[in-house]
Design a protein around this ligand. Structure first.
Ligand code: SF4
Ligand code: SF4
Length: 102
């Protein structure tokens, strides 16, 4: 990775910390369609590509954990999943991320 991209990500955690989230706990807007597909997925690109660290691999359970309340609704995970294994929709009205700037 070039220095250019590294510097672009500087301060990302701080910027994410400025966002507000309203979590729809009973109605997650992200899910995987099939657990076994994730187990077979070699690179698991959803994990490193998500800017909000929403995805984590649980080695004990051999399953993908989804902290959907972190999601900033960028849609990247849906694009990079090589198997189309992510069910993704916008949260219901009034829930999800709130952007203060822009
Ligand atoms: S990229 Fe898709 S198939 Fe691979 S671990 Fe993530 S959700 Fe599962
Ligand atoms: S939509 Fe963006 S922020 Fe939300 S889980 Fe997918 S990659 Fe992460």
């Amino acid at each position: 990775m070039s220095d250019k991209y590294r510097s672009d990500n500087e301060g990302l955690a701080e910027k994410l910390g400025r966002l507000k989230y309203v979590t729809d706990a009973d109605n997650p807007h992200l899910a995987t369609k099939d657990v076994e597909t994730c187990r077979q997925c070699q690179d698991k690109p959803c994990i490193p590509r998500c800017p909000a660290e929403t995805y984590r691999w649980n080695h004990e359970e051999q399953s993908l954990e989804i902290a959907f309340e972190n999601c900033v609704e960028c849609g990247v995970c849906k694009i990079v999943c090589p198997y189309g294994n992510i069910e993704w929709r916008y949260p219901r009205g009034g829930y999800g991320v709130r952007y203060k700037y822009g």
